[in-house]
Design a protein around this ligand. Structure first.
Ligand SMILES: [Fe+2]
Ligand SMILES: [Fe+2]
Length: 262
């Protein structure tokens, strides 16, 4: 039977597919870490209370990147370059979602609108990250190699999502509600398409590495298109709602370390 669990099991069991999976994950996490680090440095004076939380967000993503590298190292594997068509973060940026890297490389403070844009972008992408990690946690929390890493990252992603909800609600109460809803909608609709394209690209590479028969690849591709159809028809709305999280100030403390994984 073809299930998400059996599919991931197969990817985890083979060195070549495992290292592609980890390389893609590590690269997305480190890009997220870099973006958040730059945003933390450029937060405008009026929002300076936010800076340590953005920095913590970035530190967490950097830590996730290091964890995926450590998982490869543990198996004696070296990272492989991420195929451009599987580079989620880069493709989102190319679709104009979030803040452009060119802007983040400059040393000019961001505007409040930029900060809202960053948070809305994160609200959408952290939802994806949180759901994906939840799926991995459901199946592999007890896995001897990746179990601990998956649990830690999953918890962090839930915190990131909670933080985005809380901060966006704060900006909404301060009068940015309409802007936030507009940006969230744009981000979500672009994200679901990028996610579909990246999923198809990743599965195509995995299929070649693992020698999947054409019928199996076709079923998987159909599944990815079905997910996109569901998301386009209304599933995207789950990515744009705002609710005060149970856990407040989720990024209030210092970052936890990844030392145990190295
Ligand atoms: Fe992450
Ligand atoms: Fe995250």
């Amino acid at each position: 039977m073809l299930s998400a669990k059996s599919l991931f099991q197969e990817i985890l069991d083979d060195d070549e597919s495992f290292r592609l999976f980890c390389s893609i994950a590590a690269s997305g996490e480190s890009q997220g870490g870099w973006e958040n680090g730059r945003i933390a440095a450029l937060v405008p004076e009026s929002e300076r209370d936010l800076a340590p939380k953005v920095a913590r967000h970035g530190a967490d993503e950097d830590k996730h990147g290091r964890i995926f590298h450590a998982l490869m190292k543990k198996r004696g594997l070296r990272p492989v370059p991420v195929p451009a068509e599987a580079d989620y973060t880069m493709l989102l940026e190319r679709h104009g979602i979030g803040l452009a890297h060119d802007q983040l490389k400059r040393d000019e403070p961001l505007s409040v609108h930029d900060v809202v844009t960053y948070l809305a972008h994160s609200r959408v992408t952290e939802q994806r990250a949180s759901e994906q990690m939840e799926m991995l946690r459901k199946y592999f929390a007890q896995h001897p190699d990746i179990g601990r890493a998956v649990k830690m990252i999953s918890k962090d992603e839930d915190n990131h999502l909670a933080y985005c909800h809380e901060e966006l609600l704060r900006f909404a109460y301060a009068g940015h509600g309409r802007t936030i809803q507009r940006i969230l909608r744009e981000c979500a609709l672009a994200e679901i398409a990028v996610y579909r394209d990246v999923s198809l690209a990743v599965m195509d590479h995995m299929g070649r590495i693992l020698g999947w028969p054409r019928a199996k690849s076709a079923v998987l591709a159909a599944g990815i298109h079905a997910v996109y159809a569901y998301e386009r028809l209304g599933g995207w709305r789950r990515m744009v709602s705002l609710e005060m999280p149970e856990r407040r100030d989720a990024l209030g403390g210092p970052a936890t370390t990844s030392v145990e994984f190295a």
